[in-house]
Design a protein around this ligand. Structure first.
Ligand SMILES: *Cc1c(COP(=O)(O)O)cnc(C)c1O
Length: 365
């Protein structure tokens, strides 16, 4: 069986360095907000070409803390893509702000920029762009609209570590960017972890304080903050893995290039091929009207797939208030998408087998 993603295999090349780093932290006797975190924050800010990086507990908190620091009045509207993981939107409603959903561009499956302006009202304060599957959104257009309407732009880059847009790194494009280092992400910890990058010094300071109970000086609290810290062991592990992120992304691109060139199946839509070398290829998401048959066939041939995601946010039980929304493209995507295995530890033989097997689906139907 070719697994969709085997984290043990993904981390195996770094195991020795990870063990050494973990033991170093354990023996140091300092486990929270220390030099390991400081040093990773510096490295990751540099990697993203951003001025500031603030380590937090996870990706969801990264988005939440950015929005909390921006301090919009309750009831303000935040534009969000309808096709995304629920974590991109939960912070909005959690802070009593109103998500305004935008349909995707069916080709990229990302936020359709041409629809943003029609959704802007006097209550709109921000746009959350999500680099879903590893591809950056059309940031020039989005930042231009944001500037015209005085909106803040937040990027959910949980899937796009190392992606670029017109030569600029994810994490340097929006006013603030949220990252997740959940173990399956392109840069993954061995537990939960996340970060915010921003070039806004004031925002950075506020998020830094908010993640630690709103404390500026010890036991002096200027804000009602939370506990959302990236611990020393995870920071040390991320520091070990960061130098290899680019090479891993290159391997992902190599595999994506082969899939795009060699997979040819009737009625199967491949992801866009126009930015192969900029995309971080967190996921390789194809669409097929007979999705279940395709998944069953690949499974019978020993290839594990996944669905990102099976049910859109507006149809989730958790969000009954959005059930009435008409988002047909989003629904179509959720009915048709399948993610093929794409990760840095796939061998050339496995890639060839996946291509050959997917292409056989043609003859099945
Ligand atoms: C993983 C993910 C998140 C959430 O990250 P956590 O670290 O699990 O909180 C948010 N948005 C997207 C698009 C993700 O893929």
């Amino acid at each position: 069986m070719i697994p969709f993603l085997d984290l043990n295999q993904v981390n195996a090349p770094y195991l020795k360095a990870i063990e050494e780093a973990s033991v170093r932290v354990i023996k140091s006797g300092w486990y929270i907000l220390g030099n390991e975190l400081k040093s990773f924050e510096k490295s990751f800010a540099e990697y993203c070409n951003s001025t500031h990086c603030i380590g937090v507990a996870n990706g969801l908190d990264a988005i939440t803390l950015i929005l909390k620091a921006m301090d919009f009045p309750a009831g303000s509207q935040v534009i969000v893509p309808a096709n995304t993981y629920i974590a991109s939107v939960l912070p909005v409603s959690f802070l009593h702000l109103k998500p305004v959903f935008i349909e995707p561009d069916i080709r990229t499956m990302l936020l359709d920029t041409s629809q943003i302006e029609s959704k802007i009202t006097p209550l709109t304060k921000a746009i959350i762009t999500v680099d879903l599957y590893g591809r950056s959104c059309e940031m020039d257009e989005i930042l231009e609209i944001a500037e015209r309407y005085h909106l803040r732009v937040i990027t959910d880059a949980a899937q796009s570590h190392g992606a670029t847009y017109k030569g600029k790194k994810a994490g340097s494009l929006a006013h603030a960017t949220a990252f997740s280092f959940y173990p399956t992400k392109n840069l993954g910890a061995l537990g939960d972890a996340g970060a915010v990058t921003t070039s806004d010094a004031e925002l950075s300071e506020k998020i830094r304080n908010l993640r630690n109970y709103g404390s500026v000086i010890r036991y002096q609290n200027d804000y009602q903050g939370v506990n959302s810290r990236l611990d020393e062991i995870q920071a040390a592990i991320l520091q070990v893995k960061l130098p290899y992120l680019d090479a891993e992304n290159q391997r992902r691109r190599e595999i994506a290039r082969r899939y795009l060139r060699e997979i040819k199946v009737k009625d199967l839509t491949l992801p866009p091929a126009d930015r192969v070398n900029e995309d971080a290829w967190h996921l390789f998401v194809v669409r097929h009207p007979e999705r279940s048959a395709l998944i069953r066939f690949l499974d019978s041939m020993g290839i594990q797939t996944n669905i990102h995601y099976p049910l859109p946010i507006h149809l989730q039980k958790a969000y009954q208030e959005f059930r009435h929304l008409s988002l047909p493209l989003t629904e179509q995507i959720h009915e048709q998408v399948v993610s093929l295995p794409l990760n840095p530890v796939l061998t050339d033989e496995e890639v060839a087998y996946i291509i050959q097997t997917v292409n056989q689906f043609d003859h099945q139907t």
